[in-house]
Write a protein that binds this ligand. Structure first.
Ligand SMILES: [Zn+2]
Length: 337
């Protein structure tokens, strides 16, 4: 296993190889030990004791290639001894089956299946893979934090967005009662994040699972735009890469180069637009960017007996997608805090 993973894209290739023999026993490296927990899930334990555990997941949507390449590169650097981990790490390549077919998912959007949402479906031949995968990934993260009694818990779920965004990079902070501390804001800035969207209620994302069930600090990070494998420019992601490497080696983040001194822009959710019937109309252009602001009173959407109109202050639209089935979310409306 080790030889294959040493290659920069070794982790990707290993996950795509049906015949690859995942080894679940610990393998000793120079400064740490490494083992495969499940297909696409690799655990790293530093030689020196650490109570810190960081989960770095990617590819929950299989076509989001840049994060998959970033994680693969981190693993190969650890195996080659170029990175010396000082903390416990769990690397997750979320959806190998959808990576293989170069799609966002096989049959279900996996980032709607966590926090137990995978139990809301009746399994059939088509949807079984993602339902079981979400359940397995929940278990992997839970066992990682709890079995080693890790008291400091961070989970970064890396994504790239389908549509362009007014903020090139942003984080979604799941609903939580915990304060958003300056150290956390600084970490996100170091990762190259421009804006944070604070979610106002429970959801079924992977990051919300870690926050709500495992008491971890967790974020969904949108690091840029989706591109095919091999077409990503590492320079576009250099801040995130440098910061993740510093995290792995537990280096002082103050030494990580920041893009500028601009503070994080904070947004909160003010409303959700749900498609209630087939008569639904979204009054936004097809190519509207995430976080595009709209003035007060602007009519965003209309349905049989429903209108969404912007309130008294400017609101921005995030994740607009009118092509969802009736009953599902078409867009989230946010405003700056
Ligand atoms: Zn995604």
């Amino acid at each position: 296993m080790i030889e294959q993973l040493k290659k920069p894209d070794g982790f990707i290739l290993a996950c795509l190889d049906d015949n690859f023999n995942w080894q679940k026993e610990w393998q000793k490296l120079d400064d740490c030990s490494l083992r495969c927990v499940d297909s696409g899930v690799i655990q790293v334990k530093p030689d020196a004791d650490s109570f810190e555990g960081v989960v770095i997941s990617c590819g929950i949507h299989g076509n989001e290639t840049a994060p998959i390449e970033i994680v693969s590169q981190l693993i190969s650097k650890i195996i080659k001894g170029e990175l010396k981990p000082k903390i416990n790490l769990l690397f997750i390549l979320g959806n190998p089956a959808s990576m293989k077919i170069n799609q966002r998912f096989v049959s279900l959007n996996m980032n709607r299946l966590f926090s137990g949402a995978h139990t809301n479906y009746t399994k059939d031949a088509e949807n079984t893979y993602e339902l079981e995968r979400a359940e397995n990934l929940e278990k992997c993260v839970k066992v990682f934090y709890e079995k080693q009694s890790l008291s400091s818990r961070l989970h970064l779920d890396l994504h790239t967005a389908i549509r362009p965004s007014f903020h090139k990079t942003f984080a979604i902070r799941p609903h939580t009662d915990h304060l958003f501390l300056p150290g956390s804001k600084f970490l996100l800035r170091c990762l190259g994040i421009e804006a944070v969207l604070q979610h106002n209620k429970p959801s079924t994302t992977f990051s919300y699972y870690s926050v709500s069930q495992l008491n971890a600090e967790a974020y969904t990070l949108e690091l840029g735009k989706v591109k095919p494998f091999g077409e990503n420019d590492p320079d576009d992601f250099s801040l995130a890469i440098n910061c993740l490497e510093a995290l792995v080696e537990q280096k002082n983040l103050l030494e990580v180069e920041l893009p500028d001194s601009k503070p994080l822009k904070n947004y909160e959710v003010v409303g959700e637009i749900i498609k209630q019937s087939e008569n639904f109309i979204l009054h936004l252009g097809k190519d509207v960017e995430n976080f595009t602001p709209f003035p007060p009173d602007f009519v965003i959407a209309e349905d049989s007996d429903y209108v969404y109109r912007v309130g008294e202050t400017e609101e921005s639209v995030v994740f607009p997608n009118p092509d969802v089935p009736v009953g599902q979310r078409v867009a989230v409306m946010v405003k700056t805090v």
